[in-house]
Design a protein around this ligand. Structure first.
Ligand code: OAD
Length: 233
């Protein structure tokens, strides 16, 4: 895919769907230390606790609905087939449930609705709670984990993402604080390659000064407005 627009999304786009962000006041990482649930070491020490944490997040995801921002981005993708790639850091499935085409969506931090065998690396679809007694369908071992990228692990499909960023005309960052690399570095890569860059976020992010332009406000309001402008242009 050689998209004209690459859109990076983060937890802020799903905030109004009721899914918590990580670093805002009351965010997930202010309640649970990430070292206890989002590292391979945490899973090695207390897998039951880690699985329980992600079971609760998966359940939260089932109960959440896509909001106007997810729907607006899906509308943009449908009106401009093949032109718009969404790269999401989110492990929820709200982009796909809003209608984003799977071929135009990359979950760089994995997905709650997928499982990964910590033994053999097999990946497969998953619904409902995960338990230590669950076995991998490939190697039969009992070391099933959510297929989400933890700190210290390599995000997915990075080559594809960098290739898309290198040739896009516009890079847009939505609802992300710009704290976590490599995603936080995408804006610099895009600008370096000659793309226009735009931040759409509740407030200026860590890397706000790296963007050519920015708009601040709730995703459910500023994203549909921006999409209408793009489609009307
Ligand atoms: P953060 O919680 O770090 O940042 C969320 C951003 O969304 C903040 O800049 C908020 O201001 C903004 N925000 C909040 N509500 C919003 C709204 N209604 N509309 C628009 N913006 C809003 O979340 P991420 O940047 O996504 O990784 O975090 C990046 C990664 O850190 C996550 O993917 C996760 C986490 O640790 C892993 O677990 C590997």
């Amino acid at each position: 895919m050689t998209p004209e627009i690459v859109i990076l999304t983060g937890a802020g786009i799903s905030a109004e769907s009721g899914l918590g962000t990580f670093r805002d006041a009351g965010g997930l990482w202010t309640k649970v230390p990430l070292e206890k649930v989002a590292t391979p070491e945490a899973y090695a020490v207390d897998p039951e606790f880690v699985l329980g944490f992600y079971n609760a997040r998966r359940q939260g995801c089932v109960e959440a609905q896509p909001n106007a921002a997810h729907h607006a981005l899906a509308r943009l993708q449908k009106k401009r087939p093949g032109d718009v790639l969404i790269v999401t850091q989110n492990v929820d499935d709200l982009h796909e449930r809003a209608g984003s085409p799977p071929a135009e969506l990359i979950h760089m931090h994995g997905e709650l609705r997928r499982a990964l065998c910590a033994g053999c690396g097999h990946q497969w679809g998953w619904e409902g709670d995960m338990a230590l007694s669950d076995a991998c369908p490939e190697c039969r071992s009992n070391c099933v984990r959510p297929d989400v990228v933890w700190f210290g692990e390599m995000p997915y499909r990075m080559e594809e993402i960098y290739a898309a960023i290198a040739q896009c005309a516009l890079f847009v960052s939505i609802g992300t604080s710009g704290n976590v690399y490599p995603a936080a570095g995408f804006v610099a890569e895009a600008a370096q390659a000659g793309a226009e860059t735009l931040e759409l976020n509740l407030e200026p992010s860590e890397g706000a000064r790296l963007f050519h332009a920015s708009r601040h406000g709730k995703a459910s309001q500023i994203i549909p407005d921006w999409v209408e402008e793009i489609l009307g242009a």
